[in-house]
Every structure is written in C-alpha cells, then in structure tokens.
Design a protein around this ligand. Sequence first.
Ligand SMILES: [Zn+2]
Length: 305
Amino acid sequence: MNRRLATLIFPLTLLFWTLCAVPPALAAKWTVRSQPARLVNGGPALFQVKPTARLQSLTGTWLGHDVSFSFDATTRTWYALAGVSLETALGTYPLELSGETTAGKIPGQKISFTRKLLVARGKYPKISVKLSVEGKFTEPTPEQQKQIQEAQQVKKDYLNRVTPDREWSGKFTTPADAAISDVFGSQRVFNGKTSSPHLGLDFRVPSGTPVAAMNDGTVLLARPLYFEGNCVVIDHGQGLLTLYLHLSEFKVKEGDQVKRGEVIGLSGGTGRATGPHLHVAVRWQGSYLDPARLMQLQLPRVGRQ
Ligand SMILES: [Zn+2]
C-alpha cells in the first residue's frame, strides 16, 4: 500500500468504527435547559425540554417530586415550572424524564432521558431585624392556640395541593408597584425570639392599595387565617401557588379564575403584621421559593391547555 492511500484509508476506517460504536438512536441527545442556568436553593426553575422524538406526554421527577410538562407547538418545546427548596444542599441532582411517543413505526413507545443539574447555594441576607408584634402571636392563650391549630389544618389541606395542568402563561409580574421592605430568606427576631427565615417578599404599601394577581390561575383560598390575616392563594398549575397576606379586603372568592394583573384584594395589616404591608409568597409542591427570583424568569406565553 502506498503512503498516500494509507493516509486516506486510516481516517476513514477510524470514522467507520466510531459510527459503528455508537448507534445513531443513542447518540442523539435530548436538549434539556434550565432557567436560570445556575439553579439555587430557594429558587424556581423552568425546565425546557426538546426530546428526540414527538411525544404525546412528558413527565419527570426532580428532588423527589413529580413534574408535569406542557407542550408549546410553536417552539416544539416541553415546559415545566419547578423549584428547589431552601433546605436543599449544594450538589448535583438528576432530572429524570420519561415520555411516550406519538407517531412513527411503534406508537406509544416509552422513552426516557436523565440530565444532571447543579444546585448552587443562593445568597440570602443573614441580618437580624428586631420587630415587635402583639403578644397573642408570640405567647398565644389556649383559645388562640386552638385558632392557630385550625389555621394550620387549613394550610395543610390546601397549600400542598398540586394541579398538574399549567395555568400560568408568560412572566410572573409584581403584585404591587411599591418598594420592597423585606426580602426572601432573611432571619428575623420577634420580641427577642428568633423566628424562622422570612419566606416571602414584603412590599411597603399603605392599607387599601390594590393587590394584583402575579399570573393567571384559580383562587384556591380567600379567607382569614391566624398569622396570615386575610389571605388569598392562587393556584397557577404545575404545583405552583402564590400567596398574598395581611389583606384588608378580598376582591375574589375561592374558585374564581383570575388573569395576571387582576386586582384580587386590598392591602392591609391583618394577622401577624407590624403594620400595613403586603407579604407575598411563592410555593412549589410544599416548598417556599423566592418571589423575586420567580419574577426574573423569562417565561413563554402559551395558551391555556
Ligand atoms: Zn413578610
């Protein structure tokens, strides 16, 4: 064999064996993206998935939760909103995806894909703020303890609900056009006793300020609770809820469908509040997430399913 022929054959042989070693079906990878690209504990996550085949359904598991995806035909992408609890340790966690194919030679074929995602540590302020609230919130009487227990039961019944179908569409927007007075994750001290971290976002608003729904959804709760005061909870689907606390007035009732920006109540200082303000919280499948981080996500506008 002359040298010129050898230099031509060798790379071709190598290419042939490379192709044989990895069958095309396995070599093709799904495109899996998260937004933000750097996930943190206490933060939301938008998963964007483009599988290698047309699917009729896609589900996933993430940090021990079931994740349901919805399909956007214009971008041929599956979307799901999820989150990472504040307690989640720094590390790499798998997003396990499984779907069922639609068309093709073998319809209804199950395919799966796993993508590992890094969860970094979110930065939350450690400063303690001294607050003074009425004694009934720090040292409740037996009668008040009963009311607290009743409110806890309502929260247990409602706040862990997961409606798989997506109702949100597009960005989550601010519930009030006002300055932020306390951020998510800060440590607080009530009457000298350290309380759990602040699990919401506070807006400095006078009583009677209109409060807007952060996205489309269904009103899950609209009733007074012991600590929360007059409280509205909106279910946006895919396990994501937004909560609006200490309201002076309700403008919606349980079961109502609301659109982003729609007024759901007026702000106030009911429940455990040091004064009139709006406390907004975000929950995903039982974990509180940072509302500010949720509002930063660029979410697709997709029609109702
Ligand atoms: Zn608050």
